[in-house]
Design a binder for this molecule. Structure first.
Ligand code: A3P
Length: 275
């Protein structure tokens, strides 16, 4: 088993709360929880206990950065404070706000096949509304009733138009400050992706196959704590089975997202594995 590493506490330091040095800005349903939990296995990373939704919520944002800092865990100066709020991604006013907190903050962005992401979000809404509100059939939900075209009034449909939101972030942040992570790679081969993330965050590669291993019954990777050997998988709301979507709707969706994916490719200068 991998060796437990205790952090080196800098001389004469007391732990304190710090503003995040890195933020997982999205995208919702692309594996943001897995990324956060995997990273928190590294002893040089400390994470906020919940999604703060600070920069995308006027009431919270008006509480100010001191309030935000108070929500962060205690850390030493050689640890990276991290929070994840996937809804920052599509929030127009977030990039300038994050920039004004710390212009050298590191941003982590997961991108999944936009259609799969949309279906995943639909499964989540189905779960959320169970017993209260009924969700329309997926095929009806994504289409405009009168024309049958893909309905851009549905917020979840717009979230998957990655090019628009990435463009907004890049109009405030230099390209090298955002690490783009392919969701499929993180899901299938988490250790090598995590080592890239660690290096982006300025950390020594720590995570190994002992820490993140494939669990047959979950069908996803799970985590093993070095200190105790205990294992832990993400909860049942992560890795939900997806409904089978009609072929015709699927091809309409792929045709809809294709030009946006093409734009994304031109903005990033490379292709994601799913496009
Ligand atoms: P599905 O539920 O559609 O399979 P988020 O945390 O951003 O909401 O993303 C959820 C997605 O993370 C899941 O979508 C799943 O595909 C993906 N994922 C990646 N690694 C995972 C893991 N180890 N356990 C569970 N889900 C994981």
């Amino acid at each position: 088993a991998a060796k437990l590493v205790r952090i080196e506490v800098p001389a004469n330091e007391k732990p304190m709360r710090r503003l995040p040095e890195a933020i997982i800005i999205g995208v919702s349903k692309c594996g943001t929880r897995a990324l956060l939990e995997y990273l928190s296995l590294n002893p040089y990373v400390v994470t906020a206990k919940r999604e703060m939704n600070f920069f995308n919520n006027a009431t919270l944002y008006n509480q100010g950065l001191d309030w935000y800092k108070e929500q962060m865990p205690l850390s030493y100066s050689n640890q990276v404070t991290l929070e994840k709020s996937p809804d920052y991604f599509e929030c127009v006013q977030c990039p300038p706000r994050v920039l004004s907190m710390n212009s050298s903050v590191k941003l982590l962005l997961l991108l999944r096949d936009p259609v799969e992401r949309l279906i995943s979000q639909y499964m989540q809404l189905m779960d959320k509304y169970v017993g209260t509100q009924t969700m329309p059939l997926f095929e009806h939900w994504v289409r405009e009733p009168s024309t049958g075209e893909i309905n851009v009034k549905v917020p979840s449909v717009r979230v998957s138009i990655y090019a628009d939101h990435v463009k907004n972030w890049l109009s405030h942040f230099p390209r090298k400050q955002i690490l783009i992570i392919d969701s499929k790679m993180l899901t299938k081969n988490p250790v090598s992706e995590m080592n890239k993330v660690e290096s982006f965050l300025g950390l020594k590669p720590y995570l190994s196959k002992d820490d993140i291993y494939f669990n047959e019954s979950k069908g996803f990777h799970c985590m093993r704590l070095r200190a105790t050997g205990k294992t832990r998988c993400l909860g049942a709301t992560k890795g939900r089975p997806h409904i089978k979507v009609e072929k015709e709707t699927l091809s309409t969706l792929y045709a809809f997202y294709n030009p946006h994916n093409e734009r994304l490719k031109n903005i990033l200068g490379f292709r994601m594995s799913w496009f």
